[in-house]
Design a protein around this ligand. Structure first.
Ligand SMILES: Nc1ncnc2c1ncn2[C@@H]1O[C@H](COP(=O)(O)OP(=O)(O)OP(=O)(O)O)[C@@H](O)[C@H]1O
Length: 588
């Protein structure tokens, strides 16, 4: 076991000394071996050319940059930025990294100037500096250490690759401008600036590895400087991972790192198995008292974890790793792993409904779905989609297997919605949804909202090629909330019918394939669903909190499934003509 001093020596002190030795070596090369050799021989010419083109404007601009990178300014900005970083990250790591980087860069600079003696350019200098100590540019090195350090911290905090890169570039422009201003003002040669960049970049890498990485000297598992969350609470997440969907060790290190940087305790890693596809792992995580369950898997794993979390109030975050990722797409969750973990630790909570499936046997286990449940063609399609093809081409694999079942006989189905009159149909499939969008923006259940306390039901009954063409155009051409009214006389013959309700029972004459969130659950003659309003809390990106928060004004029931759940009325009073789902079920 390394002692604290040993770790400091190995991870910080020795790499910094090595950096200083390399920079000193480069300095000696430039001032001795390469003196008079191109391109070093032309450096004075460059500074003289700039001197010839000096203007009041550029004198003023470069003066501001020089002052901004002077020691008092760098120390002041570093202290303010460190205080902000502490407030934002609720962790000592961030300020430690920033101040440590500036300090380390100063140390490398001090060592270098002690060994390398280089005269400043032979021009009229605009600053009152001594004639020696040109190698390397201390102003440039300090600016890169400070603003580069800020860029590193920002890239851990910000979401979206474009935003991260915009900030990185902006932060790097400052030291670049400082370096050019030092040459313009006659204080440094170009190679002094380049050496400053090399030195500060190495220092940033060393300090990042030593302080910010999950295997950091301080702050990691068992580290000495603990993260502190609000009220001293250190939040902790459980990662429930389907190992066949997320199998990269790098991804796990990345998740650990983002969690650590956000000031969270090292997460509890749990893997699903064929026997326990997520529910047991989630219950184990709840028993550990975690603050958040992050699911890395497909919709099936999300569904299992969501069922275990129902009514507990512990939020679920999703790192989408499946083929469909329907819940993530419908809630606008990022698909990219890094962005998804950022949302997990920095996002907001949104209550959404769950669909509860009544068990086939009286003593059977109640199961839940987050996106959709179905009986008929859709279930046959997901059961038949070859895993290898899914892995290769993604969701289009479902289209391939759907093609095999288009000519299957139609089912005789009876629907009963909210204990209303039975509705008899001959259909290809019946879907019960909590959300409405499929891949590629297709709206299967337009108007379905995950937090409206209602289930949306769609009955597909296309007949012949024309019927399929009609149905396909209807689904592809639909937009959100585009639910045209259909005269009652025509309803029986529509290829697609749409209903809403709080409970839905679908029975079929013969056993038919059934599925929950894209996972086959075996054939049966009954699919009975009841909504559990607001039962699940999901971490969503900022700005995606409940679209209609008033829909969730009531607290959701925390007790068991037997509790009678009363859904709130639709807040829009039924904008699409469904003012009371119990009495007017049909939407199209
Ligand atoms: N450790 C494991 N080894 C093998 N299979 C597993 C393991 N853990 C879970 N599974 C299987 O993974 C499946 C669930 O996968 P998941 O829900 O993550 O993706 P999916 O919904 O199948 O994704 P897709 O969208 O690709 O269909 C279940 O069939 C489950 O049995």
């Amino acid at each position: 076991m390394l002692t604290e001093a040993g770790r400091f020596l190995r991870r910080i002190a020795l790499p910094l000394v090595a950096t200083a030795l390399v920079v000193v070596g480069l300095g000696l090369l430039v001032t001795r071996a390469l003196d008079g050799v191109w391109p070093v021989s032309r450096e004075e010419d460059l500074v003289r050319t700039l001197e010839d083109h000096r203007s009041d404007l550029w004198d003023a601009v470069s003066r501001v940059l020089s002052v901004a990178s002077s020691a008092p300014a760098v120390i002041g900005v570093a202290l303010v930025a460190a205080a902000i970083a502490y407030a934002v990250y609720r962790s000592w790591r961030a300020p430690l990294f920033l101040l440590g980087t500036v300090l380390a860069q100063t140390a490398v600079y001090g060592l270098t100037v002690a060994f390398v003696d280089r005269d400043r350019p032979d021009v009229e200098r605009l600053d009152d500096v001594p004639g020696d100590g040109s190698y390397f540019s201390g102003h440039t090195g300090a600016a890169l250490a400070l603003y580069g350090g800020i860029a590193v911290l920002l890239s851990h905090r910000l979401q979206g690759k474009v935003r991260v890169w915009v900030w990185r570039v902006l932060c790097l422009l400052v030291p670049l401008a400082v370096g050019l201003s030092r040459v313009y003002r006659g204080d440094s040669h170009l190679s002094d600036v380049v050496a400053a960049f090399a030195s500060a970049a190495a220092v940033l890498v060393i300090m990042n590895a030593a302080v910010l990485s999950p295997r950091a000297v301080w702050g990691g598992a068992g580290g000495h400087l603990r993260h502190t969350g609000e009220n001293g609470h250190v939040p902790r997440a459980a990662l429930v991972v389907n190992p066949i969907k997320l199998d990269s060790a790098d991804d796990r290190v990345r998740i650990d790192r983002i969690m650590a940087e956000a000031g969270w305790a090292p997460p509890l890693w749990l893997e699903t198995t064929i026997e326990d596809p997520g529910g047991g792992a989630t219950r184990a995580a709840l028993a550990e008292g975690v603050d958040l369950v992050v699911v890395a898997g497909g919709d099936g794993t999300v569904r299992e974890c969501a069922g275990a979390l129902a009514g507990t109030g512990v939020p679920l975050a999703v790192v989408p790793s499946g083929t469909g990722n329907l819940l993530a797409r419908n809630l606008g969750l990022p698909i990219d792993l890094t962005d998804a973990v950022h949302v997990a630790v920095h996002g907001h909570d949104r209550h959404i409904d769950l669909g509860g499936i009544e068990p086939d046997e009286p003593d059977g286990e109640r199961r839940y779905f987050t996106a959709m449940a179905g009986i008929g063609l859709d279930a046959a399609m997901v059961a038949d989609a070859p895993d290898a093809l899914k892995k290769k081409v993604g969701w289009p694999a479902y289209a391939v297997s759907a093609g095999r079942h288009l000519r299957d006989a139609r089912m005789r189905v009876t629907l009963r919605i909210d204990d209303g009159e039975p509705i008899k149909r001959r259909a290809r499939m019946v879907l019960v949804g909590n959300v409405g969008a499929l891949q590629a923006g297709m709206q299967l259940l337009p108007g379905a909202e995950p937090d409206d306390g209602l289930l949306d039901v769609v009955v597909f009954a296309p007949y012949g090629m024309t019927g399929w063409a009609h149905a396909t155009v209807r689904v592809i051409g639909r937009r959100r909330r585009d639910v045209p009214e259909v005269p009652p006389r025509q309803r029986r013959w529509r290829p697609i019918e749409h209903f809403t309700g709080r409970s839905v029972e679908v029975t079929t004459a013969r056993p038919e394939p059934r599925e929950l969130d894209g996972d086959p659950i075996g054939p049966g003659t009954r699919l009975a669903v009841r909504v559990r309003p607001g039962a699940l809390v999901v971490r969503v990106p900022e700005g995606r909190v409940a679209v209609r928060p008033e829909a969730r004004a009531e607290p959701f029931p925390v007790a068991d499934d037997v509790v009678e759940i009363v859904a709130p009325d639709r807040p829009d009073g039924g904008a699409d003509g469904v003012s009371d789902a119990r009495h007017d079920h049909q939407k199209t």
